[in-house]
Write a protein that binds this ligand. Sequence first.
Ligand code: MN
Length: 502
Amino acid sequence: MFRKWGTTAGTSHIGFLRNYCIRTHTAKNKTNDHGKRKALGQPTPETHPHLLNPDEVTPLITKTEYQNRRCQLIESIMKKAIKSSEYQKNHLVIVPGASKQYMSDKIPYFFRQNTEFLYLTGCQEPDCCLVITVDESSSEPCSILFTRDKDEHAELWDGPRTHPEDVTPFFGIDRGLPMTEFEGYLRSYGRAFRDINLWYDFVSPFQKNIHSSICNLMSDLSNKKWENPRSLIHKLRLYKSPAEITLMQKASDITAAAFVETISCSRPNIAENQLFAKIDYECRMRGAEFLAYPPVVAGGNRANIIHYINNNQLVEDEEMVLMDAGCEYHGYASDVTRTWPINGKFTSQQREIYEVVYCVQEELIELCHKCPTLDALFESMCYLLGKRLQEIGLISTQPSNSYLMKAAYQLCPHHVSHYLGMDIHDTPSITRNIKIEPGMVITIEPGVYISNNNKSLPKEYHGIGIRIEDDVLITVNGPVVLSRKCPKHPDDIEKIASENQP
Ligand SMILES: [Mn+2]
């Protein structure tokens, strides 16, 4: 049993804490009646051999990779600490997991883990918390995963939980402790080390209890020094490892194949919701867990509402449909947009605008060879779109570049790129002002939107909204389009969209 906190008479706090952090976990794996390792709160290689190889915590991501991520975080924390004038010896990093969210009484939403916590642990359960300490009491950092307490009744309803004794063998984390000891642990830590640099995201607290324990600790400390570890974690997440790239390639492959199936079931008067169901089904049938975000399935003029997700209208003959959808595959997202004619044939105006967007998108992918910033890509998009729209007479032939770019921006009011990874808008604390580098994955998504209310363009173009979006991995040899299997040339699009017309 764990010793109770707060009753440490005769023991120095430092020695006491050291006992909690020794890397000698000897608890044997529990076995069930069949001699197999017992179930944890998430898939294991023993219970889910179709998903996990030995030593993987989540598909393709090994224990060692998770350990490296935690080491890299500590390294970047120490680097930052050394640079700062008030160098601190003791660092306490706290990254909580997410809690379950409810839509109504006892009815949960699908659980979504806090991405930073998942990235550092691979733990998929709610209400857990990662603590990493670097302090005078030990030469090495120590990581602790607090997991939910044993609760036979709750486990009867919700399935097994990962108990503290399973933490080290499964996750490769130094120690496992029950969540009921969290508050006491922090109090003892605060008594042992008065000078602590706390690394915790006060801006978005994930668990109420943990947050209030941390606030209590802060009020007890003599020096109140804290920093948000979020941007340091984002800097690590920005560069994808080989395993992450494999997962993202697979996510893109699944999404591409699902798009082909979805485009090929097109016919006039199909419901947007049916196209939603089709892409969702085709993604899951290929092994994806679910769609990574609520998809946009927008017929006709609705494509001009950038975040249209009602998906409750019919797509009429001679209209196009814009679909922005992507699957999540073992924690990694894809994000693809295609726009196609629902009856299998573009009208001449639709094709004219489609070709503009298509050419600009291809040119922007080429530009990735020069490793520009995402903001520079956006400027290039405005310039290239402006030029091409001028060529077809939709933007007047004024000589100034700034006029041209402004006019293009009015027809494409969103950015052309974001980072992609475990989150759709991945690592949002990273500015779009840094040059892209090998290992990063970004989207390239130019569009042209001419709504029915557009007063400056001819009526024949009204109701046309087109976006083409691909996922692009940056490598030393240039950009690799992960979603390359998803057709986008207008001839290919027409061919697939015509396959099953009535
Ligand atoms: Mn996107």
